[in-house]
Design a protein. Structure first.
Length: 231
């Protein structure tokens, strides 16, 4: 079986990618790979706290590799950091890295370019799936997520903190992708077929920062470190 690392954003597309990859007979997902803003100790764009990221990895039964990224971070810095990560992955016997991209071709081409020559194969298990049907399938499966970041230029700020559910899909404007693939929103998954339990969370403050609206997702009970940190 091909040993795969999954690029993990903590959102629904990453979660569904894991669900799809686990059903492939020739692939074995051996870990989750996440970049973290080291200044704020949160997942970039999703703005999710480290403790919740670690709780996801524990519920998924997979080791988590956290890559600290400086803030601000130039593209050159980022690529140098990720080149080192790829080299370590190959030394550890990893053969592929999977991404949850849906249809943005420029992003896919960038990922393919960065992995070229590393010995790691890029995988895109959700590529070109029709997003209206995909969103409904996620929800029907029991996947539950909160919207943690909304771009108010594309979507009303009132969507921040809402559940990714059928009502949300019904309320989305016609020009907004149902999976938010154009950057309209980002999410945090707290339940679904990839987890062995539901994560108990609550939504805290809703704040506007750097042109985006963020919902601060918090654990509703104390979460001790799950013992899967590798950074």
């Amino acid at each position: 079986m091909k040993r795969v690392l999954l690029s993990w954003s903590c959102g629904k597309d990453s979660a569904w990618s894991l669900h799809v990859l686990r059903r492939a007979s020739n692939l074995e997902v051996v870990g989750l790979l996440t970049t973290l803003n080291e200044t704020f100790d949160r997942v970039a764009m999703h703005a999710v706290r480290r403790v919740l990221l670690e709780a996801q990895a524990e519920a998924a039964g997979l080791p988590l590799q956290v890559i600290p990224i400086p803030w601000p971070c130039s593209n050159e810095q980022y690529e140098n950091i990720m080149a080192g990560v790829c080299s370590q992955a190959r030394e550890a016997g990893i053969e592929a890295v999977a991404f949850g991209d849906l249809f943005l071709r420029d992003i896919r081409q960038y990922r393919e370019k960065q992995l070229r020559g590393t010995g790691l194969e890029p995988l895109f298990p959700l590529w070109d799936l029709p997003t209206p049907a995909l969103a409904r399938e996620m929800i029907a499966s029991g996947l539950r997520a909160k919207l943690t970041c909304v771009d108010p230029k594309r979507l009303s700020s009132g969507f921040a903190g809402r559940d990714f559910d059928q009502q949300l899909l019904d309320d989305l404007p016609a020009n907004v992708d149902p999976c938010g693939e154009n950057g309209e929103f980002h999410s945090f998954v707290y339940s679904g077929p990839i987890f062995d339990r539901e994560l108990r969370i609550r939504v805290g403050d809703i704040v506007e920062r750097d042109g985006f609206v963020f919902a601060d997702v918090l654990p509703s009970v104390s979460m001790s470190p799950p013992g899967v940190r590798t950074d």
